[in-house]
Design a protein around this ligand. Structure first.
Ligand code: APR
Length: 228
């Protein structure tokens, strides 16, 4: 008999990568404490000073190259043995990929990719050793920009993400303060019968039907697996 695997959907944020040494945004010493978000991660900021924005993402790429997936990423990937797993992440790092997850939606873009300024369908993967870009960089004959969803820009992957959440049997939110929309609204699309979990050492307020595991990503994933 074909035992259809249950659909298990993860919604992850910066806290998922905290144990890999990647700074979150809104914790103490978070990224937005040191960089004015509207200068380095918004459409207006990019129009005003593209050099500064390229430098900001060059710095974040350099940090990412020094990071490894943590046990939380690996436990998420290992669950593909027993579940039909989707990872919907706000993170632009590639740690879920490097841990072995195979179905990933990046709502806010991907740090190791850039795209042509004059043709957003032309996306290029940057390789280690050539991760720095400037407003003068030319790839395949095009000037490029970070393949990141800046503040003030639309989130093109939100529709497919909503559809996946609506079909989920189990939804696990990990490491997000749930303050940035539309990503933060995804939990509202859960079916009434879905089991909901939230792993975060300092969790935001969530509906009472959500089981909160007040732990970091790795320890929280171990407790989740015991509860599944
Ligand atoms: N394990 C799990 N969660 C953790 C850990 C950890 N070790 N350490 C911190 N956290 C939690 C914090 O408690 C917080 O709830 O991770 C969350 C980080 O919240 P934010 O810094 O706001 O990150 P995030 O929610 O992903 O931000 C959403 O905002 O700036 C934009 O585009 C950016 O994708 C980002 C979006």
């Amino acid at each position: 008999m074909d035992t259809k695997k249950k659909k298990l959907v993860f919604l992850t944020g910066a806290g998922m990568s905290a144990e890999s040494g990647i700074r979150t945004f809104r914790d103490s010493n978070g990224l937005w404490e040191n960089y004015p978000v509207m200068d380095v991660a918004s459409a207006d900021g990019f129009a005003r000073n593209p050099k500064l924005v390229h430098q900001f993402y060059n710095m974040r790429r350099a940090d990412l190259l020094k990071a490894e997936p943590n046990e939380g990423h690996r436990l998420v990937a290992q669950l593909e043995k027993d579940y039909d797993v989707y990872v919907i992440t706000q993170n632009v790092d590639n740690l879920h990929e490097r841990a072995g997850s195979s179905k990933i939606i990046h709502l806010h873009g991907e740090l190791m990719k850039v795209r042509a300024l004059d043709d957003e369908s032309k996306v290029y993967e940057l390789k280690a050793g050539a991760i720095e870009t400037t407003p003068e960089t030319i790839i395949d004959g095009h000037h490029v920009r970070p393949h990141i969803v800046f503040f003030q820009e639309a989130v093109p992957m939100i529709e497919p993400a909503i559809e996946i959440v609506q079909q989920a049997d189990i939804i696990v939110v990990i490491g997000t303060s749930l303050v940035v929309y539309p990503a933060a609204s995804l939990l509202n699309f859960a079916s009434p019968t879905a089991q909901l979990f939230y792993i975060d050492p300092n969790p935001a307020i969530v509906p009472s039907r959500v089981t909160v595991i007040k732990k970091g990503a790795s320890e929280g994933m171990k407790e989740l697996i015991e509860r599944l």
